[in-house]
Design a protein around this ligand. Sequence first.
Ligand SMILES: NC(=O)c1ccc[n+]([C@@H]2O[C@H](COP(=O)([O-])OP(=O)(O)OC[C@H]3O[C@@H](n4cnc5c(N)ncnc54)[C@H](O)[C@@H]3O)[C@@H](O)[C@H]2O)c1
Ligand SMILES: [Fe+2]
Length: 359
Amino acid sequence: MKMSFKNFPMVTRVVYGHGSSNQMDEIVKSVRKNGHPIIYFMDHYFKEKPIVQHIPVKKNDQIIFIDTTSEPTTAGVDQLRDRLKEEFGKVSGIIGFGGGSVLDTTKAVALMMNNKGSSADYQGWDLVKNPGVYHAGVPTLSGTGAEVSRTCVLTGPDKKLGMNSDFTPFNQVILDPNLTKDAPEDQVFYTGMDCYIHCIESLNGTYLNAFSRSYGEKALELCKKIYLEKDVWDDESREDLMMASWHGGMSIAYSQVGIAHALSYGLSYILGIRHGIGNCIAFNQIEEYYPEGVKDFKKIIEKFQIEIPNNVCSNLSDEEMKEMTKVALGLEPLWENALGKNWKKKINEKTVRALYERM
Ligand SMILES: NC(=O)c1ccc[n+]([C@@H]2O[C@H](COP(=O)([O-])OP(=O)(O)OC[C@H]3O[C@@H](n4cnc5c(N)ncnc54)[C@H](O)[C@@H]3O)[C@@H](O)[C@H]2O)c1
Ligand SMILES: [Fe+2]
């Protein structure tokens, strides 16, 4: 029987602090089992960067650089799983260094090491059958909340959807604000806005409860401090955003995201637009649904002098528009959270398409 109150797992262990990622050697000691290697997935940006020298590669451990030119796909995850199986048979664990793309790839491949078939078979809610191998996440960009969430978002053959399961959350997370220092400014902004939008969508959703609200409010308070109140972007801003991302992710664990995310998934599926920027493009046009949140968002983009792309859908065919609308409307829990149980009476193909036409 389905439980009426969610009983969800959390990240088992977490370390926080400037330089804390240098503690990796101690952390992985107990993870290495029966001579099976530890695999490090690192965002390709770190190839030939000094951080690679600090990875405690021992014996048959291996670093694999993950190309994040596009966000993760089920095919890419399956390929990595096949490669690890072929080369090593078993691995002791996988540790991912990167933004949401590498964190999600890490979670997905760790699960697929112990589950048959394609990761596309498990896109959805609670479809994963067996626990994965040990997996740890080390964020190098803050905002997605992928470090705490019970999902790993993948683009598959017929949808963009995560593998949501009790086995998905990390066994270990290392929060080291130093690692987010060199990320490109615009990317830091867009991924930061992902966090801001998580807060607005969670706090204004019908799924909200006191548990979720307590995390969402803290995350929003931190976002407002760094994006609206402060005049400089400094070390403290990076620390605050790292913790806002964590709390924002915790807030959605017991609620859901909403309309900007549903629309952004469509933009990503058809146009390949990245998650953070796609959320901004969508959120910018939905003031009628989130009046306060969008008003502040407009202040933020003006303050940070960010140009949100527009007319992104203008060259799409009728077929593509239909497909995009279908992807967005397929994310039923997101619409239900945003608009309530009767959401189908409040939004339909025509209204969603009209929103896309504004973008
Ligand atoms: N699992 C979840 O709960 C969840 C939630 C929200 C979003 N997501 C997913 O997260 C992904 C987006 O993640 P993201 O916004 O963190 O971006 P990302 O991981 O896609 O990275 C964006 C770019 O930043 C670069 N980069 C990352 N860290 C860097 C650093 N420290 N220095 C320099 N460059 C760096 C990468 O090379 C890449 O080019 C999407 O696939 C989205 O679906 C997952
Ligand atoms: Fe998001």
